[in-house]
Design a protein around this ligand. Structure first.
Ligand SMILES: Cc1cc2nc3c(=O)[nH]c(=O)nc-3n(C[C@H](O)[C@H](O)[C@H](O)COP(=O)(O)OP(=O)(O)OC[C@H]3O[C@@H](n4cnc5c(N)ncnc54)[C@H](O)[C@@H]3O)c2cc1C
Length: 471
């Protein structure tokens, strides 16, 4: 069904989240060479949180951030606003290399990170429309319900209790949020809603106040390791930034840097937002608790109720562009807008009388084993963090505190977490990469259709899809 669009409908323009605050005026470019203690490439949440925590730990450090557009231009200014305690990868995989205790410690650190971020926003006076209403996962057919139930059961085996994740009975489910066709739901308190661009802008302001130099419209064209007495360096058309450490925090854009095309797959995700919805719609839907909403489909959706009473809804789109290309201003294909609209109105029929007001897309980074990583190689001075596989809003903060400890040479609980120093093989060359990702999503779509038709069990096609890409 074609989505009805408001007369002011915007496609792209970075994202809806910049409409109210407005796109920022980019700050100064780098102007000549600089020698810093730490150089950070990319001013998304990872880069900004890292600069923030380094300066807080040691105000004497000279920290330089280089950003090709403006702070918050990437996924950090475009995401679904789930500040989530979910692990950015598979606990089994982290446990395989570091043991179960380490994977549990990582999960515990992720839960704590949600509150850590909220407390810092408070302390810095950053208003990002944050509400900690938890996250609700709904199942809309028996196969999805069985998966949700299994997920909750498995979480018990990892030691997580009712207070971390639980299935809701129908009365509580309906009391929170009425999704058409829902047959089961699970809820976790470890998640908060945020307005992504307000978070990015607020953080950029906080790091500038701390004395970090943020150079915008300054693309890094290459990163060089330190050699002998020569420091590590980030090269730009306007000068070179030298540092004892050069940290790469470019997530979904990493493939553009020389030698890193196959490091992390740039995965697209697309969103739409409705016009503001009146009280009678909310009377029908509920959603007073501002929970983040997701489903248990393979080709999943994610949504939030915004501070100005719209629904921001993300998911299906064109997942991957051949050759790891990145479409960076967020324009979204009409069919994607329509597909998201029909899924949204299928879940909330009362919304069908209203219109879509904005659509956009962004790119996130996926490592070959779908597990996030952070690290610093002391020998070269080069560090990195990312590959959050769509779960970076909170994880970036944990990554930043870990990078701080690594740069300062501290052995801490954070540096002992099992994602530190994790290296995995690269993605396959094209056309295998494109074929793999596209067959995975085609199979997921078919699996979702089979499950919707009522088989009651997870479709074997989904397992095949996971096998193909190692998801
Ligand atoms: C549509 C969408 C929805 C999402 N929803 C959620 C969600 O609800 N919850 C969640 O946890 N995660 C979500 N994610 C993922 C999350 O947004 C990201 O994991 C997170 O923002 C990554 O932050 P980052 O700072 O590492 O990368 P980014 O925010 O992408 O920042 C990287 C920055 O580096 C800059 N850059 C790139 N190359 C260069 C270069 N060569 N030189 C200089 N600068 C460069 C870019 O311009 C950009 O500003 C979503 C992602 C998308 C796209």
């Amino acid at each position: 069904m074609p989505a009805p669009r408001t007369p002011g409908f915007v496609n792209g323009g970075v994202s809806f989240w910049y409409r109210e605050p407005g796109l920022p005026e980019p700050g100064p470019r780098l102007d000549g060479d600089v020698r810093a203690d730490v150089v950070i490439v990319g001013a998304g949440y990872t880069g900004l949180w890292t600069a923030y925590h380094l300066k807080r730990a040691d105000p004497a450090l000279r920290v330089v951030v280089l950003e090709s557009e403006f702070a918050g231009f990437g996924a950090s200014g475009r995401n679904g606003g789930w500040l989530s305690g979910e692990l950015p990868g598979s606990p089994e995989r982290y446990a395989r290399t570091h043991g179960r205790e380490a994977a549990v410690a990582f999960q515990r650190a992720m839960f704590a990170t949600v509150d850590e971020v909220l407390a810092t926003l408070d302390a810095e006076g950053i208003d990002a429309d944050a509400v900690k209403g938890g996250q609700l996962g709904v199942a809309r057919n028996p196969a999805q319900a069985a998966r949700l139930a299994r997920f909750v059961e498995e979480s018990r085996a990892w030691g997580w209790g009712e207070s971390d994740l639980r299935l809701l009975d129908p009365a509580e489910r309906e009391g929170r949020l009425r999704v058409a066709g829902a047959v089961a739901a699970a809820w976790t308190p470890h998640c908060a809603r945020v307005q992504p661009a307000k978070l990015a802008r607020g953080l950029a302001g906080a790091v500038r106040r701390l004395g970090v130099e943020v150079y915008e419209r300054t693309p890094v064209t290459a990163i060089r390791p330190s050699r002998g007495r020569t420091a590590a360096a980030a090269l730009t058309p306007y000068g070179t930034a030298w540092g004892d450490a050069v940290l790469r925090t470019t997530e979904g854009f990493t493939a553009r840097l020389p030698g890193l095309r196959r490091e992390w797959l740039p995965m697209n995700s697309s969103m739409i937002v409705t016009e503001p919805l009146p009280a009678e719609v909310w009377d029908e839907i509920g959603w007073a608790g501002r929970e983040l909403l997701g489903d248990a489909a393979h080709y999943y959706m994610y949504a939030q109720r915004t501070a100005d009473d719209r629904i921001a809804f993300g998911g299906r789109g064109r997942p991957y562009l051949y050759g790891s290309r990145v479409d960076d201003r967020g324009r979204t294909a009409a069919w994607t807008v329509d597909a998201l609209w029909s899924l949204l109105t299928g879940m909330f029929p009362a919304v069908a009388a209203y219109r879509a007001d904005h659509a956009w897309s962004g790119v996130l980074g996926v490592p070959r084993d779908w597990c996030a990583t952070v690290g610093l190689d002391r020998a070269t001075g080069l560090g990195w963090a990312g590959g959050y596989t769509g779960n970076g809003v909170s994880t970036t903060n944990l990554a930043a505190r870990t990078l701080r400890d690594l740069v300062l040479g501290r052995d801490t609980e954070l540096t002992a977490l099992p994602w530190t120093g994790r290296r995995v093989r690269r993605w396959e060359p094209e056309p295998l990469r494109w074929l793999g990702v596209h067959s995975m999503y085609t199979l997921y779509r078919r699996a979702d259709a089979q499950e919707a038709a009522g088989s009651g069990r997870t479709s074997p096609l989904a397992r095949l899809a996971d096998l193909i890409t190692g998801h």
